[in-house]
Write a protein that binds this ligand. Structure first.
Ligand code: CS2
Length: 488
């Protein structure tokens, strides 16, 4: 079968870009060329180019992986996006990616793209752990490998902070206006967070640049949403079937998508509203809604579901008791949020449960379970703190916390070991001969620096509520713990 590389090879009926990709130059460098970027920002950019044109194609960069560039370069950046709704699937070809680069093999080209005056936006999806942010101070985490390497040699940058500060310095020296930095990771106030990271990194390495970054560079915050499972062989087979060509870069995702962005782009931006993006003054209420409801329920169901033997999120939703806990969690998280004009939180919760149940998505609980120490604070603990302040029930959050704590043991109920895939995994896993008790496990993790807020750990009833659930999980198993909470 022919490999995808031009638009004229496609089977009839396959939706293709509504513009000629070759007629548009690059305007965005995107760091973190993974499935989520391809399913989200690349698609919105595709719609923007079709509706309003402009030189806004994307130079996609992977910091470590060689795969995205190897997949997309022979295809001229083209790839198939399969959108899988409950009702059925559609395939469309995305033409927004101009070039795919890997920092390790295309270093010069990446640095040149960051300095190019044509680059007006640098967007990022490097996951929560990719930045090297010290969450307690908002500054750099010196123990983060990329931060440590870039502090030692700021002229040969490897990580996000190092690369962006280096590029902003080159641009300033050359009299090129700075690019806008658009963080698209699931972090609260993501723009503000990345600004404080870069300002702190600049203070250590190029002090005269710190004020320039703080006052002249825009960091709009944004809320991004689209469930995108890791790609499998079945994805590639489906793409072949739907398009009639071989596509090594195909990915699949749900049909739902949402993007809420603060409209602060001094050097312009694509007409992302053409794809349905919404521009607002303050994105925080939308971020909190999504982080606490969608992502909070996701983390809870990932830990509990994985240990209860559910491979996929859709299987969790077919488990009556656990699905009831998902709905309970969504309601508890919604109750911590101030009213949001135009948004019905109850309807949002109902839509989330339906999205989780999508029978066509193979979204693995194990995929969501990764990086728990990076995710729990904004998804579970922040909501629990607000529930505490409002004297609302803490049980749903205690259950989610206990499920995560149980998961950190790195062994399932059959004694099978699994990799925690968490940047702090070496510290999380108990020593092999350390006896595991609910109290011991709770107290050890609760004492972790900058993880569970002390306001929570010291709150009357919190420790007991977590330990009561951990006790059932350890003595009688996750199934019993799910049933116990569901029947309360
Ligand atoms: C998930 C998210 O893996 C995870 O932690 O909760 O990737 C989630 O699927 C997306 O945020 C949906 O927009």
């Amino acid at each position: 079968m022919t490999r995808l590389s031009t638009l004229d090879q496609l089977a009839q009926g396959v939706r293709r870009p509504g513009y000629d990709p070759a007629a548009h130059g690059p305007g965005i460098v995107h760091i973190g060329l993974g499935a989520f970027h391809k399913a989200h920002q690349a698609l919105y950019t595709d719609d923007a180019l079709a509706a309003a044109g402009g030189d806004w194609r994307i130079t996609g960069v992977s910091l470590r992986s060689l795969e995205p560039a190897a997949e997309l370069t022979p295809q001229n950046g083209l790839f198939t996006l399969i959108e899988r709704g409950v009702e059925g699937s559609t395939a469309r070809i995305i033409g927004a990616i101009d070039r795919a680069l890997s920092l390790s093999t295309d270093r010069r080209a990446v640095l040149d793209a960051l300095c190019d005056p044509a680059t007006r936006i640098v967007s990022l999806t490097v996951t929560e752990k990719g930045y090297g942010i010290d969450r307690a101070t908002g500054g750099i985490d010196r123990t983060h490998p990329a931060i440590a390497a870039d502090l030692a040699d700021p002229d040969d940058p490897q990580g996000v902070a190092g690369l962006l500060v280096w590029a902003l310095r080159q641009r300033r020296q050359a009299g090129t206006p700075p690019f806008t930095v658009l963080c698209c990771d699931n972090l609260p106030e993501n723009g503000t967070l990345v600004r404080s990271l870069l300002v702190d990194f600049a203070r250590q390495t190029a002090p005269d640049l710190a004020d320039h970054i703080a006052s002249d560079v825009a960091f709009p915050s944004t809320m991004v949403d689209r469930i995108t499972p890791a790609r499998t062989e079945a994805t590639l087979a489906l793409a072949r079937e739907m398009t009639g060509v071989e596509d090594h870069g195909a990915i699949e995702c749900e049909s739902f998508r949402q993007w809420v962005i603060e409209d602060h782009f001094p050097s312009g931006r694509p007409a992302w509203e053409a794809g349905g993006a919404v521009f607002v003054e303050d994105v925080r209420p939308f971020e909190n809604m999504k982080l606490r409801m969608l992502n909070g329920a996701h983390s809870m169901l990932a830990y509990a579901g994985f240990l209860a033997g559910h491979r996929y999120v859709r299987d969790v939703m077919g488990d009556l008791a656990l699905a009831a806990l998902v709905r309970r969690h969504l309601a508890a998280a919604a109750a911590t949020l101030p009213p949001l004009p135009g948004v019905d939180l109850q309807a949002y919760a109902g839509d989330l449960a339906a999205r989780f149940a999508n029978p066509h998505l193979g979204h693995e609980t194990y995929q969501i379970a990764m990086d728990g120490t990076e995710k729990m604070p904004q998804r579970i603990f922040a909501a629990a703190c607000d529930a505490l302040d409002r004297a609302q029930p803490l049980e749903p959050f205690a259950f989610a916390t206990a499920a995560w704590m149980r998961y950190t043991l790195g062994r399932d109920e059959a004694g099978q070991a699994y990799d925690l895939r968490d940047p702090r995994s070496a510290l999380l896993t108990p020593l092999p001969d350390e006896p595991v008790t609910p109290e011991g496990l709770h107290d050890r993790l609760a004492a972790f620096p900058d993880l569970v807020p002390t306001r929570l750990t010291e709150a009357p009833g919190w420790r007991d509520a977590v330990i009561a659930r951990l006790t059932v999980m350890l003595d009688r198993g996750m199934r019993a713990a799910i049933e116990a909470d569901a029947s309360r």
